[in-house]
Ligand binder design. Structure first.
Ligand SMILES: NC(=O)c1ccc[n+]([C@@H]2O[C@H](COP(=O)([O-])OP(=O)(O)OC[C@H]3O[C@@H](n4cnc5c(N)ncnc54)[C@H](OP(=O)(O)O)[C@@H]3O)[C@@H](O)[C@H]2O)c1
Length: 234
């Protein structure tokens, strides 16, 4: 991996994405993070420090993505984890919300990869975020389960189409110390914890370790990696 290549984290202002930004910035890498909002991207990049910069990218407006990414240089590592969660059920289906998340994840993620392809190194690697709601739905996860299932197929076709660039996906279980789940009542997290072998929820640092493994281990390609502490076994 050329030292001058960029680490781009799409959805890098919060949660897991921000932890990945911090990891690579701490290694002295040139990191570009994205937000829907240019000011927020710049502010978070400044807080992270090092060789970190921020740009605005809205995955729910796919026609604009290529232009928004035009200033990004050669990409060595690309991580796409952006999400705007959708609480939806088939019985009470909200088409507007479902359309937004489906566009964001399935078209937005693909368009980012497409737009950056001429600037992605042949030995570069891409990690896309799905989630275990694809395999274990929860009330309201209709769209989330659907789009995270879609990531499974996306990774497999991209790994074939884009070779020698490697493409993998990571599907976390509930990440207990992520902002989204930390905001939930303790009782909710305790229920999930009690159903996880080992009695411990996945942490953001566990996810960062899995992302770096997928990005840096050159044997990893076309994998949909469950990072769940064994949750799916119960
Ligand atoms: N947290 C978990 O427990 C968990 C479990 C399973 C899977 N996952 C997956 O892991 C990934 C990260 O989750 P997280 O909980 O860390 O997320 P998060 O804290 O909610 O952060 C979401 C990020 O996405 C960005 N974003 C939102 N809408 C966007 C849009 N339309 N275009 C571009 N960027 C947008 C946000 O940036 P701005 O607000 O600054 O625009 C933010 O940086 C997601 O794909 C999620 O499905 C997470």
């Amino acid at each position: 991996m050329p030292a001058e290549s960029t680490v781009l984290v799409v959805g890098g202002t919060a949660g897991i994405g921000l932890e990945i930004v911090r990891h690579y910035a701490g290694q002295g890498r040139e990191v570009v993070l994205t937000s829907r909002d240019a000011d927020r991207a710049a502010k978070v990049a400044e807080e992270v420090g090092g060789r970190t910069s921020g740009i605005a990218v809205d995955l729910a407006q796919p026609e604009r993505i290529a232009g928004q990414l035009s200033a990004v240089g050669n990409v060595g590592h690309l991580v796409i984890g952006a999400i705007e969660r959708d609480d939806n059920t088939v019985r009470d289906y909200d088409v507007t919300r479902a359309t937004y998340l489906t566009l964001l994840k399935l078209v937005g993620y693909t368009e980012v990869v497409h737009a950056l392809l001429p600037r992605t190194n042949d030995d570069g690697a891409i990690v896309l975020f799905g989630g275990l709601a694809k395999s274990r739905p929860y009330p309201g996860s209709t769209t989330v389960s659907t789009v995270n299932g879609g990531i499974t197929g996306m990774v497999r076709t991209m790994a074939v189409e884009l070779a020698p660039i490697r493409v993998n996906a990571l599907h976390p279980a509930i990440v207990g110390d992520s902002p989204y789940w930390q905001a939930k009542p303790d009782a909710v997290l305790d229920t999930f914890r009690s159903r996880t072998p080992g009695g411990r929820l996945v942490s953001m640092q566990d996810i960062v370790g899995a992302v770096t493994f997928l990005l840096e281990n050159r044997a990893m390609n076309g994998i949909n990696l469950h990072v769940d502490g064994g949750w799916l076994l119960t």
